[in-house]
Design a protein around this ligand. Structure first.
Ligand code: C2G
Length: 445
């Protein structure tokens, strides 16, 4: 019996895939198809795959060509599969010519001509791209603009900055710059709000009223009543507001949350997270309503607390050292949360330097995420018996912004809200900010 194997993502299965599989099948008596897992696709830079692994496997199965379907999970798996499954022929499309010659040591390698004129990329981009208008505070959102290029189905329509006339050089790929937010909305399908936090409520409201979906750099608002009003408006219009906390979209972080749910360290008793960034920024003379340390860094530090321990804390204590009390610019803020049976502590600031790590302590062990934990590709689960320690690595490209943009595109397309950050978590964050500005539970040092 001649055994054949081939691999692929098989996203939005099309004629090119079908022809390849038919020819592969015809080369032997038994065909194994390896379908790439979402993780492996991400790791090899394919972030725009639309369908889940199950959907893609189902589509291949329905063709009734594969005798066996397996998941392709990691680089180097092919050698193992070929030996384990006793494969005679490895088949792949001609777009990979030469790349798999190293497998000749184990079996015959056949490159079949690729079917011209059709691809998953074309099918994905058949839907007109979402033209995204971007608003920004003082600085140009260079990182966001750059990251948007990696996201299929998204194009930047224009940029709104307070002093548009002063921008000497238009960033690459930005068709226009304005200081008129309404003009930006007129010329866009959706909006990415990265202006100062005090402007978010107004800007989101205007966009929603015009029926536009919103991706908002966290926080969505700084008052809970504003937050509730916006969420209600969005849901009444069938629109989404995605809370852009990039960490929430990083794979290592999301996997960490799942592992904790599975009880890998037992019951969680304490979450300690620190996010600081010592910059020469002049926060002393910053205008009121502009980014303070709590909004810029405190929110990232709070995210794991609310996602792991929930939002029903019994009490909290916010301890702040202001750089400018009048404008609410904090140099250092520490918040302690008390939960029934657990505690959490977050430290954030721009006028302080500390180890930016995340430690989650449980009854059986602890998780350690090294600095800078908020854009990590790696963490460790540690136990009393060190031989049981486990390390986890994941691919991270471009610190998470491209993933939050991708999640936004997918939510808009599917009209299903991404659950990366639950509404209750976004609201709990807004509540802490509200209390901070109102002086509730606040101690100054
Ligand atoms: N294909 C084809 N004609 C097309 C498009 C794809 O013959 N018009 C072939 C590809 O050459 C590949 C298979 O269909 O052999 C699956 O294609 P993709 O889903 O794009 O998967 P790919 O990224 O090529 O994955 O490690 C190698 C990967 O597993 C192959």
């Amino acid at each position: 019996m001649i055994k054949v194997i081939t691999y692929g993502s098989f996203d939005m299965l099309h004629e090119g895939h079908v022809r390849l599989l038919k020819r592969a099948k015809a080369l032997g008596d038994h065909l194994t198809v390896g379908v790439t897992t979402d993780d492996f696709d991400r790791a090899r830079g394919k972030i725009n795959v639309r369908q889940s692994l199950m959907e893609r496997i189902e589509a291949v199965r329905n063709l009734d060509l594969a005798d066996e379907i397996i998941a392709e999970e990691y680089e180097g798996q092919k050698i193992d599969d070929i030996q384990r499954l006793d494969i005679d022929i490895f088949v792949i499309g001609s777009d990979w010519t030469g790349r798999f010659d190293y497998l000749r040591e184990y079996c015959q390698v056949v490159y079949l001509p690729r079917t011209e004129g059709i691809s998953s990329t074309d099918l994905r981009s058949n839907d007109a791209p979402i033209s995204l208008g971007v608003t920004s505070g003082t600085a140009l959102p260079v990182k966001a603009l750059e990251q948007s290029r990696y996201v299929n189905g998204l194009s930047i329509s224009g940029l709104c900055v307070p002093d548009a006339g002063a921008v000497k050089e238009k960033p690459e790929g930005v068709p226009f710059i304005t200081d008129d937010y309404r003009e930006l909305l007129d010329r866009s399908d959706a909006v990415y709000i990265s202006s100062d936090p005090s402007r978010h409520y107004e800007e989101i409201k205007l966009a929603l009223e015009r029926g536009m979906n919103v991706l908002c750099r966290t926080p969505i608002a700084i008052r809970t009543r504003d937050f509730d009003e916006l969420e209600e408006l969005a849901s009444s219009k069938g629109l989404v507001i995605v809370d852009a906390i990039k960490t929430a979209y990083c794979q290592a972080y999301t996997r960490l949350l799942l592992l904790l749910k599975s009880g890998i360290i037992g019951e969680v008793l304490s979450v300690d997270s620190t996010c600081t960034s010592l910059r020469d920024q002049d926060i002393e003379d910053a205008d009121p309503g502009t980014w303070n340390s709590l909004c810029l860094w405190g929110i990232f530090a709070m995210l794991p607390v609310f996602q792991i321990l929930g939002t029903d804390y019994v009490s909290k204590r916010i301890i702040t050292r202001f750089v400018n009390r009048k404008t609410f610019h904090d140099g250092f803020t520490k918040i302690d949360f008390l939960y029934p049976g657990a505690v959490a502590s977050v430290k954030s600031g721009q006028n302080v330097k500390s180890e930016g790590e995340l430690v989650i302590s449980g009854t059986r062990g602890y998780v350690y995420v090294p600095a800078p934990w908020w854009k990590t590709d790696y963490f460790e689960v540690r136990y009393e018996d060190q031989t049981k320690n486990r390390r986890f690595f994941y691919q991270l490209e471009g610190d998470g912004i491209r993933y939050e943009m991708l999640a936004f595109v997918n939510s808009v397309r599917s009209k299903r809200h991404t659950k990366a950050v639950d509404e209750s978590v976004s609201r709990a964050i807004v509540k802490v900010l509200e209390d901070f500005y109102a002086g509730v539970d606040l101690t100054e040092i």
